[in-house]
Structure formats: structure tokens, C-alpha cells
Ligand binder design. Structure first.
Ligand code: GRF
Length: 190
């Protein structure tokens, strides 16, 4: 059975776009259907991209709402979609324990660093400022903490050839776009 997935975004949505392409005509075609792209930000650029791709989109603005109140609203909204997995692709809001419990081990995130070494926003900046020769991209299950959930897979990113942060981000995103779908495929196939 194909998994029903919702992709959560807050901004650009380049990872979402990569997943939509793989779900439409690539390696995710046989394993999942993207039933919804959801954003907590009305101006998220990725919403337009998803609409153009013909995917159902929805936005519930989170601004000014208490974490759990907002999450309850989102969970209620999601009910009709009967979602198997939630994929966080640049979703910039920490989920409440209430949300995590509702979708336990069914929420997957991509993080632009080794989650054991760096948590939170700005993984590529961190690697650059640390002067690292290589960093990691991590795909992991989401738990109650900030980037602390079980690691599903990590891939190394050699950054010795990057002469500035922009280069590094570009190289990192290129890896993310391939890796995220690869890992999702393995999870959804199980
Ligand atoms: C990516 O670097 C991802 O790893 C992080 O947020 C960024 C989102 O980029 N969680 P995009 O919206 O997918 O382009």
C-alpha cells in the first residue's frame, strides 16, 4: 500500500519540490502519494510551487498562537487526510509533545548537520564557522526535543572545496534533495 504523506514547510520548499518530483515520476512513485503540502506561514514560497505542481495545499498561520493550541488545530485539520507520515522539509516550528504522540515515529525531518553535534537552525553556518572539512546531513525521526530523534540515515558532505557559505549551502542542498527521497523510499517500503 502506498503511504499517504503530508509535507510540512515554512519557506522556500526546495526539498519539498524534490520530493514531489520523485513522487510523481521518480523513486517514490510506487511508495507514496503526497496528499497535502502544509505551511504555518501564508507567504511560504513553497506553497506556490506545490500549487503549480497540482498538489493540494493548506496553510494555518501559527503566528501568535500557543504551541499546543496551534498543534491541536493542525491535527484536527489533518484528520480528514488520513496521513501515514508527516515529512518536515524546512518546517520552522517545534512540534509539541501532543503532536509527537499523535504521530509517533511517523514524523521525519531533514537536518543540515550531524544532529549529535549541532541542533537548531543554521547547520551550514555552524559548519562554516567551525571551519569543518566535512559535515553531515541527517534524516531522523522527530521526537519531543530539538533535533534529538532517532537517526535514520546520515550522509557526509565534504566541504573542503567550498570557498564561502553560499557554496557550502548549495552543495549541501544538492545532497539533501537526493538523500531525502532515498531515505523516505527505504522507510516507506518497509
Ligand atoms: C534545509 O536546509 C533543511 O535541511 C532544513 O531547512 C532547509 C529547508 O530548505 N531543515 P528548503 O525549504 O527545503 O529549501
Amino acid at each position: 500500500m502506498k503511504k499517504r504523506i503530508a509535507i510540512f514547510i515554512s519557506g522556500r520548499g526546495s526539498n519539498m519540490d524534490a520530493i514531489l518530483r520523485q513522487a510523481r515520476e521518480g523513486i517514490l512513485r510506487e511508495v507514496c502519494n503526497v496528499v497535502l503540502v502544509f505551511s504555518n506561514k501564508p507567504d511560504a514560497k513553497g506553497l506556490e510551487t506545490a500549487k503549480k505542481a497540482g498538489v493540494k495545499t493548506a496553510c494555518i498561520p501559527s503566528k501568535g498562537k500557543k504551541r499546543e493550541d496551534f498543534d491541536r488545530e493542525v491535527i484536527e485539520f489533518l484528520e480528514t487526510y488520513d496521513v501515514d507520515y508527516i515529512v518536515l522539509a524546512g518546517y520552522m516550528r517545534l512540534l509539541s509533545p501532543y503532536f509527537i504522540q499523535a504521530y509517533k515515529q511517523r514524523i521525519i525531518n531533514i537536518h543540515p548537520a550531524d544532529t549529535r553535534a549541532f541542533q537548531g537552525v543554521g547547520g551550514y553556518e555552524w559548519a562554516w564557522e567551525q571551519g569543518l572539512k566535512k559535515t553531515m546531513v541527517t534524516v531522523h525521526y522527530v521526537d519531543e526535543g530539538m533535533d534529538t530523534g532517532d537517526i535514520i540515515e546520515q550522509r557526509e558532505l565534504d566541504i573542503t572545496d567550498c570557498s564561502n557559505l553560499k557554496d557550502l549551502e548549495k552543495k549541501g542542498l544538492a545532497l539533501e534533495h537526493v538523500m531525502f527521497s532515498d531515505v523516505l523510499k527505504k522507510v516507506f517500503e518497509k
